[in-house]
Design a protein around this ligand. Structure first.
Ligand code: 3B8
Length: 327
C-alpha cells in the first residue's frame, strides 16, 4: 500500500471506529460486535505502525498515552466553575420559585436534570479537537487531567463539527464498574472505594493513564461555558447542541412549566434512583431561558437561577468484609 493509499485508508478507518465508539459509548446503542470493532481497530494499528507519520491525536489508537506524569499542572478557568445552592425539601423549592418570580414577571420554565454524583470536569475543544480537560479544583484553579480524560470512551477526541468550545460536565463511574472494581481490589487485598464518586475521583487522579483507562469511567456534559460558534437560547437547546456535536448528555432531562411539575419530577426520580446505572445525589433545577438566567444573575459563588435538590443519602452499596471472629 503506498503512503497516499495508506493516508486515505486510515482516515476511513478512523471515521468508522469513531462512529462505532459514538454509538456504543455515547448513544449506548452498539452498532457492531466487539469482534468487528477490534478487527478494524487492529487494521488501523497495523497501518499506523507501518506509517507512523499518519498518526493523529484524534486517532482511536491514541486514547491511552504512554507517559506517567510527574504530577498535574494547574489550569486557570477563565470562566469560573461555580457550585450550586442546595434545597432539601419542597419548601426550599417553593422559596426558590418565589425568589425567581420576584425578579421575572413573565412565565418561567425550568429544566430538571439528574444530579450526577461524579467529579466536575471541563473539556476544551479547538476546531473540533479535544485539547484539554481539567478538574473543577476550587472553581478558579483546577488540574490538567487531559491524559486521563482521553481514556474516557464517551469523551470524543474529535467533535462532529470543527467548533471551538468549552463544556462542563461530570465524569462518573457506573455502579456496575464500581462493584467490579471493589471486588477486584478486595481480592487483591487492597482498600476498596467507599462510593462511585470517590472511585471516579481516585481514577482521574492517577498519574498513569493506563490505570484510568481500566476504570470504565463515563461522562455526562451539562454546561456550555464558551459557546464558540454554536447558538442556543436556553439550556434545553444547549444540551441538544451538545448532542449534535457528539458529546454525551443525560437524556432524563425535562422542561417543567412550573414548580409543581418540578416537584413531581423529583418525586418520580426519588423512586427510580436505585434502578439507574449510575449514582445521582439529587436533581438540578435551572431556569431554562438564557435571557432570564442573565436577568436573575449570580451570587459570588453560585448562580441564582439554579438550585440542587439533594436526596437523602442512599443506603451505601457496601461489601462487608468477612470478619474473622477471634475466640
Ligand atoms: N452534577 C450534575 O449533574 C450537574 C451539576 C451542575 C453544576 O454543578 C452547575 C454549576 C453551575 F454553577 C451552573 C450550572 C450547573 O449545572 C449543573 N448541572 C448538572 N446536571
Amino acid at each position: 500500500m503506498s503512503f497516499e493509499e495508506a493516508k486515505k485508508h486510515v482516515e476511513v478507518l478512523r471515521e468508522q471506529l469513531n462512529e462505532m465508539s459514538y454509538a456504543y459509548y455515547v448513544k449506548d446503542a452498539p452498532a457492531v460486535t466487539d469482534a468487528e470493532y477490534d478487527q478494524i481497530y487492529h487494521e488501523l494499528v497495523g497501518i499506523e505502525e507501518a506509517y507512523p507519520d499518519l498518526i493523529t491525536a484524534d486517532s482511536p489508537t491514541q486514547r491511552v498515552g504512554g507517559t506517567i506524569l510527574p504530577g498535574f499542572t494547574k489550569i486557570v478557568h477563565e470562566i469560573p466553575m461555580l457550585s450550586l445552592g442546595n434545597a432539601f425539601n419542597e419548601e426550599d423549592l417553593r422559596d426558590f420559585d418565589q425568589r425567581i418570580k420576584k425578579i421575572i414577571e413573565a412565565d418561567v420554565a425550568y429544566i430538571c436534570e439528574l444530579k450526577i454524583d461524579g467529579l466536575a470536569i471541563s473539556l476544551k475543544y479547538v476546531d473540533g479537537q479535544f485539547v484539554q480537560g481539567a478538574t473543577r479544583g476550587d472553581g478558579t484553579v483546577g488540574e490538567d487531567i487531559t491524559q486521563n480524560l482521553r481514556t474516557v470512551k464517551s469523551v470524543p477526541l474529535k467533535l462532529k463539527q470543527p467548533v471551538s468550545i468549552e463544556v462542563r460536565g461530570e465524569c462518573f463511574m457506573p455502579k456496575k464498574s464500581f462493584v467490579a472494581l471493589n471486588e477486584k481490589r478486595e481480592a487483591a487485598g487492597e482498600d476498596f472505594f467507599a462510593n462511585p464518586r470517590n472511585a471516579a475521583a481516585g481514577s482521574l487522579r492517577q498519574l498513569d493513564p493506563k490505570i484510568a483507562a481500566e476504570r470504565n469511567l463515563d461522562s455526562f456534559l451539562y454546561t456550555v461555558a464558551d459557546f464558540g460558534s454554536i447558538t442556543a437560547s436556553g439550556q434545553e437547546e444547549a444540551l441538544e447542541a451538545l448532542d449534535r456535536l457528539g458529546l454525551k448528555t443525560n437524556h432524563e432531562r425535562a422542561v417543567c412549566q412550573d414548580i409543581e411539575e418540578v416537584i413531581q419530577y423529583i418525586r418520580d426520580f426519588g423512586e427510580r434512583r436505585s434502578e439507574l446505572p449510575y449514582e445521582i445525589d439529587g436533581i438540578v433545577i435551572k431556569v431554562n431561558q438564557f435571557k432570564q438566567q442573565e436577568e436573575i444573575g449570580y451570587t459570588v459563588k453560585a448562580p441564582r437561577w439554579a438550585i440542587a435538590y439533594k436526596f437523602p443519602a442512599e443506603e451505601a452499596v457496601t461489601i462487608v468484609r468477612d470478619i474473622e471472629w477471634t475466640v
